[in-house]
Design a protein around this ligand. Structure first.
Ligand code: SAM
Ligand code: SF4
Length: 472
């Protein structure tokens, strides 16, 4: 039987990365193998994102390039999944004659049947039905690849918050949490197969379980913490309005939970926050930051900022900068506001010019670069616990010929900072390996990473909570 090759292009957030893994797993079951070269593929799928205009443009430009491939190879099957598929549906098929199928965000389980139909009798399919029920197939997660240590697991889908700039509630549907038992069995099977770090995904993990009367999020974290063989647990994203004291306390009580929270603030101006429908004020946000730091002084806090929201004045923007300076985020994702189909803010008055938006974005980047540099410099000389993920990027090929003590490795701290490091000569009897915990002394710092040498590489030795970093 001819091997059928699948190429997936994933655009967007970690949730899309998770969905692409789900798509691949389902298609492996009907005989497809994953291919990394698009020109070799029999089936090309683009898993799209429509959160910002730029991501959507990227998706359409890739789809446009596939038209020639389809002319040269008529049996090629081309499909669109994800948020743009959900948003545009039938219009994509009408606009692009080379597309065979468009499947929405809640149709992943129906994908294999759609492909088999097209393979048997070439036809064009649009399925953007939002069933409201999360399909839970047995054995849902794809087995980890060799040397993979970290995985995302989606615990909820959709969103009920309706921030006025955001397309998610329209393209991903209402918030639905997955059954905790299914989540735990998925994580257990990943851990048995070598995964050591799990990041739980949801648009607002803080409200996990509430709508369907399942367990709450802190309880879910505690249950996952008990899984043997799991070293680290992370989650994203937290909506500030729902960040409860109970959840903040888990940074002390849940041993495997990493000291990092992504807490998108979006703006430092109360006027803008109200028009965004974020349902917190800058004062409330700052209170949560203080509570987090009182509970866990080492916690790394990262955030999202939107610049140029309709009606954002220079004074509003200055308040955002003042908040960034006050909190001193570890890092930031800053975005230029774009109108999105269905999102109400598209109709708001007071549009900010593109030139001004770019200027504000640059100011945020410059300010944050300065803060990150200060935080990184303060880490020089500390010892950090690092989960080894693999060879450092620049060294992948060179490493084969290096002596063990000179091989360059990469991993992350509990605060999610990238550390590149060498084994050095401090642990001659034991060696660094992917999936092990090591302690690294930070010797140099860079804007986006840290550099150091291993001081302990004993996988059994883990520092107690609260003393994972100490000055040398
Ligand atoms: N659920 C998360 C939350 O509430 O913060 C974020 C989800 S969204 C996928 C990721 C980020 O994209 C948002 O935090 C926001 O900063 C940005 N974003 C969303 N819609 C946007 C828009 N229309 N223009 C620019 N940035 C946008
Ligand atoms: Fe979008 Fe707001 Fe929901 Fe986040 S919380 S996904 S920004 S609507």
């Amino acid at each position: 039987m001819k091997i059928k090759k699948l190429y997936i292009n994933t655009i967007g957030c970690q949730m899309n990365v998770y969905d692409s893994e789900q798509i691949a797993e389902r298609l492996h079951r009907i005989g497809y193998v994953t291919e990394t070269r698009v020109e070799e593929a029999d089936l090309v799928i683009i898993n799209t994102c429509s959160i910002r205009e730029k991501a959507e443009q990227k998706a359409f430009s890739f789809l446009g390039r596939l038209a020639k491939m389809k002319r040269d190879k008529p049996r090629l099957i081309v499909g669109v999944c994800g948020c743009v598929a959900q948003q545009e549906g039938q219009k994509i098929i009408e606009r692009m004659p080379h597309i065979d199928f468009v499947l929405g965000t809640q149709a992943i389980d129906r994908l294999p049947a759609a492909i088999e139909r097209i393979e048997k009798h070439p036809c064009r399919i649009v399925d953007v039905d939002m069933s409201q029920v999360i399909q839970e197939s047995a054995d849902i997660s794809a087995p980890p690849k060799p040397h993979e240590v970290s995985r995302f697991v989606t615990i909820m889908r959709g969103c009920d918050n309706f921030c006025t700039y955001c397309v998610v509630p329209y393209v991903r549907g209402r918030e639905m949490s997955r059954d905790p038992e299914k989540i735990i069995s998925e994580i257990k099977s990943l851990v048995v197969n070598g995964i050591r770090e799990i990041t739980l995904l949801g648009q607002n993990v803080n409200s996990y379980g509430q709508k369907q009367d399942l367990c709450d999020f802190p309880t879910l974290l505690k249950q996952i913490n008990d899984i043997d063989g799991l070293f680290r647990l992370r989650f994203t994203t937290s909506h500030p309005k729902d960040l409860s004291d109970d959840l903040i306390d888990t940074f002390q009580s849940v041993e495997k939970l990493c000291y990092h929270i992504h807490l998108p603030v979006q703006s430092g101006s109360n006027d803008v926050l109200a028009r965004m429908n974020r349902r917190y004020t800058r004062e409330k946000y700052l209170e949560k930051v203080i509570r987090l730091r009182e509970t866990c002084p080492e916690i790394a806090i990262t955030s999202d900022i939107i610049v140029g929201f309709p009606g954002e004045t220079r004074a509003d923007f200055e308040q955002t900068k003042a908040l960034i300076e006050r909190v001193e985020f570890d890092s930031l994702f800053a975005f230029i506001y774009s109108d999105r189909p269905s999102a109400p803010s598209g109709r708001f008055k007071g549009k900010v010019t593109e030139k001004e938006k770019k200027q504000r974005l640059q100011e945020v980047f410059d300010l944050q670069a300065h803060i990150t540099q200060k935080i990184h410099s303060g880490m020089k000389g500390t010892v950090q616990e690092v989960l080894v993920e693999g060879y450092s990027k620049k060294q992948v090929d060179e490493n084969r010929s290096r002596a063990p003590e000179a091989v360059q490795w990469t991993g992350r701290t509990t605060g999610n900072k990238i550390v590149n490091f060498v084994q050095g000569d401090s642990c001659i009897d034991k060696s660094v390996e992917v999936g092990k915990m090591v302690h690294v002394r930070i010797e140099k710092t860079f804007p986006h990473s840290l550099w150091g040498s291993v001081v302990t590489c004993d996988p059994g030795h883990s520092l107690a909570k609260g003393e994972e970093s100490y000055a040398a």
